[in-house]
Design a protein around this ligand. Structure first.
Ligand code: NDP
Length: 313
């Protein structure tokens, strides 16, 4: 037996909840699947100080609970579950939850966000799983490394921002840059370069994250010009090498760019499939902010509502 819904929202970050608030108030009876990280990336963030309307700031988890409460107030059907498969070939859009439950949707709003990328080294994954000193979010975890030495890998704006953030907490930050230059904007790179306790190692790659079996104790690095290997003592290893949009299940149906972000019709939330809309980081590699995700969530609900009205004549 399949269920039929007017508006299915996939994802529970600021984009998904905002889409839910607008869709519910437009009488579309939205059903929202939360995925494996209810609340999305913001739940791993500490203080949010730049979301308008919170003059004193708010923590990421608190803000997500408030967004969820607001979506519930208008009777959004919020469910646990992971969307594992879709079929957007027919006039009715089919979505499967946890591989078995089949839902037929008039409209689908994709708000699946993006996830941090890791290097993929066995030792990195080991200490990540153990919670023993590997992190992809300096703002979330930097606090635990106050007055300690850390290593950060990456050379984009995120890495520079995070290295600078860590430099205010840690005694020393060693930054590993795999090429002989930054990818980051000049202003961000210059800020890092002039920070006294940030040591930048160019042409340097991570060989292994070192540890005592429980926690990180250092990082083995290699200079890719000289092949010289050395160990850097550190209690934290931060990875800031970009994000991967969570769009794999849509790749056979939706137009994606070369890095996997969903292509939307400029200025709208529309995808190449009528009735399927996208909001938040799944389509945005540039701004990636809670407020822009919320804005595009609103756009997706309004676009879905107009699409349904046109269908219903
Ligand atoms: P980017 O894709 O811009 O940068 C990723 C960095 O990680 C690159 O320097 C890349 O190296 C490096 N990298 C990738 N894989 C590896 C690896 N296996 N080993 C070592 N290094 C690796 O990602 P960001 O998250 O930094 O930024 C994404 C977007 O968000 C950008 O458009 C950025 O401008 C924007 N942004 C803007 C901010 C702001 O303006 N305040 C803040 C944060 C992000 P290489 O250069 O060699 O490819």
């Amino acid at each position: 037996m399949s269920e039929h819904v007017k508006c299915l929202i996939i994802g529970s970050g600021p984009a998904g909840y905002t889409a839910a608030i607008y869709a519910a108030r437009a009488n579309m009876h939205p059903v929202l699947y939360q995925g494996t990280q209810p609340g999305g990336q913001l739940t791993t963030t500490n203080e949010v100080e730049n979301f308008p309307g919170y003059p004193d700031g708010v923590t990421g988890p608190e803000m997500m609970i408030q967004l969820q409460d607001q979506a519930k107030r208008f009777e959004t059907d919020i469910r646990d579950g992971w969307v594992t498969k879709v079929d957007f070939t027919g006039p009715v859009h089919k979505v499967w939850v946890n591989d078995d439950k089949e839902i037929h949707c008039d409209t689908v709003i994709i708000s699946t966000g993006a996830s941090a990328k890791y290097l993929g080294l066995e030792s990195e994954q080991k200490y990540l799983q153990l919670g023993g000193g590997v992190s992809a979010c300096a703002v979330c975890d930097g606090f635990f490394y106050r007055n300690q030495e850390v290593v950060i890998v990456g050379a984009g704006d995120s890495a520079c921002e995070e290295a600078h953030y860590l430099s205010k907490l840690c005694t020393k930050v060693t930054m590993l840059v795999r090429r002989d230059e930054f990818r980051a904007s000049k202003i961000m790179a210059a800020r890092v370069a002039k920070t006294e306790n940030i040591d930048i190692l160019f042409n340097t790659e991570t060989e292994e994250v070192l540890g005592d079996g429980q926690v990180v104790t250092g990082v083995r690095v290699k200079n890719n010009l000289t092949n010289a290997v050395r160990d850097i003592p550190a209690t934290g290893f931060f990875v800031a090498i970009g994000h991967q949009p969570n769009t794999g299940i849509f790749k056979d149906y939706l137009n994606l760019d070369e890095t996997g972000y969903i292509k939307n019709v400029p200025g709208t939330s529309k995808t190449n499939i009528p009735g399927v809309f996208v909001s938040g980081d799944a389509a945005d590699h540039v701004y990636r902010q809670a407020i822009t995700a919320a804005g595009t969530g609103c756009m997706a609900a309004l676009d879905a509502e107009r699409y349904l009205s046109a269908l219903e004549g």
